[in-house]
Design a protein around this ligand. Structure first.
Ligand code: PRP
Length: 212
């Protein structure tokens, strides 16, 4: 039987998604991401372990049938995929953060701000709506370093527990929007593999309904 291919972001969302699949009675085996293997197989699924921002690339291009991606990634990359379900995991906020002593400057109607981020499109849209020019420094991780080292006074990033900001002496200065993880589905797979994908969506929906 042909397996569904599922692209999952490594890290927190991976384990939470596996848990949902198990509790929804779709997956019956343990899937352990603590290996260097990038393709993990169960009886009915092939899981691709990818970077969060890469999940929509694999799903949009049909390499994966389904995937899990946060609103942060979906708004930033705007992929042409179906988004049938909010999985109600990966709750976080997209925020502007910086050193506490830079808060007054942020709110002083500056003409230009320097911002480091993994989300250049979201950042540029947010500040353009406020009528503020922004100089964006695109980074790929550990964004919190930028204000500490003087690359940019501010960052736009996601905050989940707040630990990373706190441990680096930074604070939330402005909130852009909340974000949760969505199930995303390749448009072709949605039609051609509906015999597998519809029951998957229905079972997850039923499980999530029982949770609320
Ligand atoms: C994300 C994000 C923050 C951190 C926030 O980074 O970019 O750095 O998590 O989480 P917290 O509020 O619970 O501390 P990630 O762990 O994905 O690593 P990265 O910096 O390499 O992108």
């Amino acid at each position: 039987m042909e397996k569904l291919t599922v692209a999952l972001p490594k890290g927190r969302l991976f384990d939470q998604t596996i848990e949902i699949l198990k509790k929804s009675k779709i997956l019956f085996e343990d899937i352990n991401q603590n290996t260097r293997k990038l393709i993990l197989e169960s009886e009915n699924f092939r899981f691709l372990v990818v970077r969060a921002k890469d999940v929509p690339v694999y799903v949009e291009n049909g390499i994966a049938d389904v995937g899990v991606a946060g609103d942060d990634v979906l708004i930033e990359t705007n992929p042409d995929v179906y988004k049938p379900l909010d999985l109600k995991i990966g709750y976080c906020n997209l925020v502007v953060a910086g050193k506490p002593e830079d808060m007054d400057f942020y709110f002083s109607n500056p003409a230009t701000l320097d911002v480091a981020t993994k989300y250049p499109k979201i950042t540029s849209q947010f500040f353009s709506d406020k009528g503020i020019n922004v100089r964006i420094f695109e980074l790929y991780g550990s964004v919190e370093l930028a204000p500490l080292l003087g690359l940019a006074r501010f960052i736009v990033d996601i905050v989940e527990t707040g630990t990373t900001l706190r441990e680096n002496g930074l604070v939330v200065i402005d909130t852009i929007r909340p974000s949760t993880a969505k199930l995303i589905v390749n448009r072709g797979s949605y039609k051609l593999k509906s015999d597998k994908i519809f029951p998957l969506i229905e079972k997850i929906e039923n499980y999530l309904r029982g949770q609320t």
